[in-house]
Design a protein around this ligand. Structure first.
Ligand code: C2E
Ligand code: CA
Ligand code: CA
Length: 237
């Protein structure tokens, strides 16, 4: 199933979107977290159909949001590097979008740097094709991989997501604070949005507001929750 973690706009203080995060409801083990099953799914290739399911499910949920009258930004869905090994990625995503009547401008894919580097030419053409539909891309866990500035310029990436390990160091580590500030500045200088992940306390939030980060996501506002709970949050937005 998909859980949703709200993303909050720091200028308005309102929920502007959410990240869709997979959970496995296991009959005996209960709710299994993605860190336990995503790596296995990537290894076996099962992440390919699971990834399509996630886009389909997000599309269904977006219809519910729309029908309930909620107007807000976008829903982020994670795309694994492994999904780019599927030659029909862009084509299949287009079909899922059509079938579920998804507004592509409300859909955002979160990629990691690993995905970008696996097969540059193929990834580039997939991203171009999908962004031509109006889909946005964000770069996840930014700062932890081999961030190539050349790729950042070349690819249609509109948002950088600051990895939560750096956000965790805000107020305890001067180095982490400098890195967070540097990523915010880099994003803005390249005319991109920047989202901080893993915001857990008020001090971190205040630091991010002070340094003009665009959006935050984290336990301080809410953990990822089932879709009904997320809709309840939208109602009280
Ligand atoms: P991610 O994409 O970096 O997702 C953010 C993770 O940070 C989520 O873990 C979220 O629950 C967690 N998080 C959010 N706020 C906080 C906070 O304030 N503090 C801390 N410590 N953690 C926070 P989750 O849901 O366990 O997902 C783990 C990873 O599994 C994700 O990392 C993503 O790489 C992968 N994943 C989850 N769903 C999918 C999916 O549908 N497709 C693919 N390919 N990967 C997925
Ligand atoms: Ca993500
Ligand atoms: Ca992340």
């Amino acid at each position: 199933m998909l859980f949703y973690q709200p993303r909050v706009d720091l200028r308005t203080g309102k929920i502007i979107g959410a990240e869709a995060l997979m959970r496995w409801q296991h009959p005996e083990r209960g709710l299994v977290q993605p860190d336990e099953f995503i790596p296995v799914a990537e290894k076996t290739g099962l992440i390919v159909p699971m990834g399509y399911w996630a886009i389909h499910q997000a599309g269904q949920d977006m219809r519910r949001f729309r029908e309930a009258g909620f107007r807000f930004g976008s829903i982020g869905v994670n795309l694994s590097f492994r999904q780019f090994k599927d030659d029909f990625l862009a084509k299949t995503i287009r079909r899922i979008i059509d079938k579920n009547e998804i507004d592509p401008s409300r859909l955002e894919f979160e990629l990691t740097e690993t995905a970008l580097f696996s097969d540059e030419a193929h990834v580039q053409s997939c991203l171009k094709e999908l962004s031509a539909l109006g889909i946005d891309f964000s770069l996840d866990d930014f700062g932890t991989g081999y961030s190539s500035f050349a790729l950042l310029q070349k690819l249609p990436i509109s948002t950088l997501k600051i990895d939560k390990s750096f956000v965790a160091g805000v107020n305890t580590s001067k180095d982490d604070e400098e890195i967070v500030r540097a990523i915010i500045n880099l994003a803005h200088n390249l005319h991109k949005k920047v989202i901080a992940e893993g915001v857990e306390n008020k001090a971190q939030l205040e630091f991010l507001i002070r340094h003009e980060c665009d959006q935050v996501q984290g336990y301080f506002f809410s953990p990822p929750v089932p879709v009904e709970d997320f809709m309840r949050m939208l109602r009280g937005n």
